[in-house]
Write a protein that binds this ligand. Sequence first.
Ligand SMILES: Nc1nc2c(ncn2[C@@H]2O[C@H](COP(=O)(O)OP(=O)(O)OP(=O)(O)O)[C@@H](O)[C@H]2O)c(=O)[nH]1
Ligand SMILES: [Mg+2]
Length: 468
Amino acid sequence: MRQSLAREFNNLIERSRDRQLRLAVTGLSRAGKTAFLTSLVHQLRHAGVEARLDLLPAAREGRLLGAQRVAQQDLGVPRFPYDQAIASLDQQPPHWPEPTRGISELRLHIRYRPENNGLFGSLGSDTATLTLDLFDYPGEWLLDLPLLEHDFFSWSQRQQATLSPQRRELAADWLATVERLDPAAPADEAELAEIAGRYADSLQAARNAGFSDLQPGRFLLPGDLDGAPVLQFFPLPGLEDADRQHLESLPDESIYRTLAKRFAYYQQHVVKPFYREHFRRFDRQIVLVDVLGALNAGPERFEDLSRALATLMRSFDYGKRSLLSRLFSPRIDRLAIAATKADHVTPEQHTHLVTLLEALLAEPIKDLRFADVPVKALSLASIRATQAHEVEHQGKRTPALRGVTLDGEETLVFPGEVPTRLPRPDFWARQGFAFTAFRPLSRETRGGGLPHIRMDAALDWLIGDKLQ
Ligand SMILES: Nc1nc2c(ncn2[C@@H]2O[C@H](COP(=O)(O)OP(=O)(O)OP(=O)(O)O)[C@@H](O)[C@H]2O)c(=O)[nH]1
Ligand SMILES: [Mg+2]
C-alpha cells in the first residue's frame, strides 16, 4: 500500500514536470495499430542512427539521444508484443505482425537534450528523460459508449433498427432462434448461452463481410471475457413501446429480466471500467483509419465505416454536455487522426487521402475544434512496403508503385486516384477501387531501419512539444 502510494506520488511529480506522457493508439480492427506502435518504438529506438525522422525537430537537431524499454507500470495490462512484431518483419520472407486482441502497453524512456534557450543556455548540455507510456486498444471498445445511454429495452429497439437487409441475411441463423423466444418464459442458461453464441457469430460474420458498426464491441473482441456469462446476452427483436411496462414487471427469472440484468452488468462492469481505468487517463490519442481498405470494400462498407467512425468519435466529444464528459471527465489535450497504409497509393495522392479522411470525419472534427481540443489529420505509412516510381505508360509519365504481393510476386501497379470527397453512388458505378496488399520489405532491401511515410510528422504532433 505504502509502496503504491509512493509510486503514485512519484508519478505526480513526473507529470507535473511534464516528463511523463500517456499516449494511446486506437482504430478499428486491422486499421494498422500494431504496425504503427511497432514502427513508433522502432523509430525512437533507432533515432539518429538508421531512422530518418526529419520532421521531428529533436531528431533533426541531433538532440534525441535514444529510447529504451523499461518495465511498465500497470501489471494487469499485457505487454505490447514488440519483439514478436519485429521478429515477423525480420523473417525470411517477411510477414506482417499477427492480429492482436484487447489492450496492451509498453513503457519507453526517451533521452533527449533540451533546446538551448536564452539565460539557461549553458545548461543545454544536460540531458532529460521523457517517460512515454504507450497503449494499443481496439476501437471496437469505443463503439460501446452509446450503449451507456440505453437500457436493455431501448438498446434492443436500437439494434433492430440498425439491421440492414444484408445484415439480416448474415444474422439469419440467430434471428430464426431468437424470434421464437418467449420473453416471459423462465430463462434456461444453456439456451441463452447458445443463442448468445449465435448472436456473436452473426456480429463476427458482419465484421468479416466488412461491416464496422457493430455492438456490443466485446462480442467481437472479448479479450479475457471469452465465455463469461456477462457476454451471454443479445437484443430482443420486435419490442413495441407498449410492451415495456409488462416486460419490466416480469419475474426475475424470466428471459427478459435475465437478459436485461446481463446488459446492465455489461454496462457497469465492462464498458465503464475501461473508460474509468484507462481511457480517462490517456493524455493524447491517435485514431487510425484504414480509409483505403474501406474504399476497396465498396459503397455499403464505406458507409458503414463512416457510421462506425461517427460512433467511435463520440468518445472524443469533449462538449460539456456530451455523454463522455458527463460520465468520465476525460482530459486528453491533443488528438491525431491518421489514414494509414498510405504506401498503397502514389505520393501525389497523399493529400487527397487526408482530404477524404477529413470529409469522413467532418462532424467529429468540428466538435473537437469547438471543444478546443487540438486535432490534426494526416496520412502515413507506419511500415512502408512499396517504392514509388514514375514510368512511361501509354506515352506519358505516370506515377506507379513497385512492391511484392502477399504471394511473393514482384509487381508494378498504377493504383489510380483517391477521391477528395465522400464518393457518390455514380462514382462507385464509374470507378472501382482495387488496391493490392503488399508484403513488408525484406531486411536486405530496407536495411536496419523501418521505412515509413510521415511517422516523424505523427511523432512531432504527438510528443514533439515534450522534447523541447
Ligand atoms: N502496406 C502497408 N500495409 C500495412 C501498413 N500497416 C498495416 N498494414 C497492413 O494492415 C494489416 C493490419 O495491420 P495491424 O497493424 O496488424 O492492424 P491492427 O489494427 O493492429 O489489427 P488488429 O490487431 O487485428 O486489430 C497488416 O497485416 C498489413 O497487411 C503499412 O504501413 N503499409
Ligand atoms: Mg493489432
